[in-house]
Design a protein around this ligand. Structure first.
Ligand code: SF4
Length: 358
């Protein structure tokens, strides 16, 4: 059963709502050189087109700040500056009006510097994401827990949050990341028990498209089903554009995104009577643009297909040289194999029209 969404505090980044009852925000990160304005802007725009609602970018040095400023002027989505080690870069990014900063308080150079970043965020009302990972847990906690366990990571996170709260700052997004999926899941469950700030979900160093997708689906998906998570990034090595379809499919599969098409396809078996894969691809292609929630089934045989996919709003089931179109398990048309997609289109249009009339 789908868990109730874990209650978190909410705020806006530009006009993008975070936490609370706001939809889960899908984000990504550029992999271009931030000093290359044209390439970075092109990638931000492409990520926006692909569905990224927020984009993070590395600010590796002082020379990147003027580029960040220009990107902020032109970016269609909020930009978050990713800062490591040098708190002055965080201060400079905040001063130039960045939409958010992401720091790891464990590697920013001590409490005093962390407090300076918090003060700057307070002054400019800038949101901050605090990240903790297995490499950033303080020595004392490593000794206490015998290593960077989920408990150690969450205690480290709680300590950082306390520093923010003592300064009267609360526009926080939190992340606890691990490359081990079970540890990442456990750490986030613990964090959700302890804290009520929006949680950012992700598996670090998840890997290439195949393994990264699997790890992200398992880790992020498990938490989403529990009701944990307010924003997510699927990290895949290589082109970040690959991340977005995976992120949305994880949201759909975990029941957290009701919009758009959900395709149900049978795995095929000895009863399959139609060339299912090209048919499935054709259905995916022609229904990708649909925004409303719609379950579509593509099944390999007429014997079990309509019954197995009874919950589908509309579906196709293959027969010998022909096929069936069905709606909610009821057969509404039969067509020869070469007319099957045309018939499907016709019934799909009818369904969408009925819907817009009701
Ligand atoms: S729908 Fe038919 S072809 Fe597909 S798995 Fe079920 S029995 Fe096999």
């Amino acid at each position: 059963m789908l868990g109730m969404r874990h209650k978190t505090r909410s705020f806006y980044v530009r006009d993008l709502g975070f936490g609370g009852d706001h939809p889960i925000v899908v984000q990504s990160m550029t992999n271009t050189d931030t000093h290359d304005l044209a390439a970075t802007l092109a990638q931000i725009r492409a990520l926006d087109q692909a569905g990224a609602q927020l984009v993070r970018l590395a600010v590796p040095d002082k020379a990147a700040i003027p580029f960040l400023e220009k990107l902020l002027d032109q970016s269609p989505v909020p930009l978050v500056a990713d800062i490591h080690f040098d708190y002055r870069l965080a201060l400079a990014a905040i001063a130039c009006g960045v939409d958010g900063v992401r720091i790891n308080p464990g590697n920013i150079g001590g409490l005093d510097r962390f407090r300076q970043v918090i003060k700057a965020c307070l002054e400019k009302d800038t949101p901050m994401r605090i990240g903790v990972n297995s490499g950033s847990v303080e020595k004392k906690l490593l000794e206490k827990y015998g290593g960077p366990t989920p408990e150690a990571m969450v205690e480290s996170l709680c300590q950082h949050v306390r520093v923010c709260e003592e300064a009267g700052y609360g526009k926080l997004v939190l992340s606890v990341k691990a490359s081990s999926v079970p540890e990442m899941v456990r750490a986030n469950r613990l964090a959700a028990q302890e804290l009520d700030y929006p949680l950012h979900l992700g598996v670090t160093e998840a890997g290439g498209v195949r393994m990264g997708t699997i790890k992200s689906a398992v880790g992020i998906g498990a938490l989403l089903v529990d009701g944990i998570g307010d924003t997510l990034r699927v990290s895949l090595s290589g082109d970040p554009l690959n991340e977005l379809p995976v992120a949305y499919d994880i949201l759909k599969a975990s029941g957290r995104l009701k919009q758009g098409v959900n395709i149900i396809a049978c795995p095929t078996c000895g009863r399959t009577q139609i060339d299912l894969v090209p048919l499935l691809e054709a259905v995916e292609e022609r229904t990708r643009h649909i925004q409303r929630p719609l379950n579509i089934a593509v099944m390999g045989c007429a014997v079990n297909g309509p019954g197995e996919a009874r919950e589908a709003d509309i579906g196709i089931a293959g027969g010998k040289g022909m096929g069936l179109i069905f709606r909610k398990g009821e057969i509404v048309a039969r067509a020869s194999e070469d007319q099957l997609l045309a018939s499907f289109d016709q019934h799909l249009q009818q369904l969408l029209m009925e819907d817009s009339e009701s």
